[in-house]
Ligand binder design. Structure first.
Ligand SMILES: [Zn+2]
Length: 298
């Protein structure tokens, strides 16, 4: 994916350097509402499949440590509880308006470009990932958080985190940096490092280039610094989810859409009145290419 590199750089340069940046209905547009949860408790689930490439259940444990790091901050100054629900045998991300909607965390270890026929309609519909249980997004993306929210209020309904195990060798150990195929007792792409960043998106944080931020959009191989949540991101929790008070919107008054109670997913009209479907937003953690590797490709 050589052609993508300039785009990634441009994207990175466009990031602000504020201590934290809230996600918006339209990313970066301060005239639009910020994204945030308004419930007291948000339950998240891991897919039972886990990641076969990491030893035992270490990837599930790493994920728990990441959520716990955020939960520790919420416990001190916040109004939200991040609670792990049981493992679920589920492989579909996105919001289900009816039935069992879950905030899901999963690893995709098959590349859609390998397992999905080129002529399949899912490519145009962006549904290959769910239909074929594969990684559909860009090759250089380490993980992605897909959030469904109300377009007018910014209130989040659902957030799901997918890891690109088709391309990246995820590790859960400590130690020096390693490169596949060697992934024992060393750090290639650290699960906890990646998850802590993605959970930031999960609760409404966008990227920032602030020095040392967990929400920095790039992550070089061997990085573990994002396991520890920086001061700016901590301040976000206390300010946006203040203890004993309501979660904070950015624009007032907060306009909400009346979602039709009986609308089916994919349908957008009920009883003759147009209903607005929840919007989707996706944020990713990118691979920071090593200079040496880039030079080697030129
Ligand atoms: Zn990100």
């Amino acid at each position: 994916m050589m052609s993508l590199a300039p785009f990634v750089v441009a994207l990175a340069l466009a990031q602000p350097t504020d201590p934290y940046v809230r996600s918006r209905v339209d990313s970066g547009d301060t005239r639009t509402q910020c994204l945030y949860w308004t419930t007291e408790r948000v339950t998240w689930h891991q897919s039972t499949y886990g990641n076969p490439e990491t030893p035992g259940d270490s990837e599930l444990e790493a994920m728990r440590r990441s959520f716990q790091s955020w939960q520790d901050i919420f416990a001190g100054c916040g109004n939200l509880a991040l609670v792990e629900g049981p493992l679920v045998n589920e492989r579909e991300v996105g919001y289900r308006r009816e039935g069992d909607n879950r905030n899901l965390v999963l690893f995709r270890d098959r590349d859609c470009s390998v397992v999905v026929p080129a002529e399949d309609a899912c490519w145009d519909e962006d549904t290959c990932a769910n239909e074929y249980d594969c990684w559909e997004d860009d090759d250089n993306t380490i993980a992605i958080t897909l959030t469904t929210y109300d377009e007018r209020s910014g209130i989040i309904y659902d957030s799901d985190i997918s890891f690109n195990a088709a391309r990246f060798a995820f590790t859960t150990a400590d130690g020096g940096t390693c490169f596949p195929p060697v992934t024992t007792n060393c750090v290639a792409t650290d699960v906890q490092n990646t998850a802590t960043h993605e959970i930031g998106h999960f609760i409404g944080l966008d990227h920032t280039r602030a020095q040392g931020s967990t929400m920095n959009p790039s992550a070089p191989p061997g990085e573990v610094s994002k396991r520890s949540i920086d001061t700016g991101s901590r301040d976000f929790v206390c300010a946006v989810y203040p203890r004993g008070r309501a979660s904070q919107a950015c624009l007032h008054p907060v306009m909400t859409d009346e979602l039709p109670a009986h609308a089916k997913a994919g349908g957008c009209a009920a009883g003759g009145t147009a209903a607005v479907l929840p919007a989707l937003g996706a944020w990713a953690l990118w691979l920071a290419r090593r200079r040496r590797r880039e030079e080697g490709r030129e």
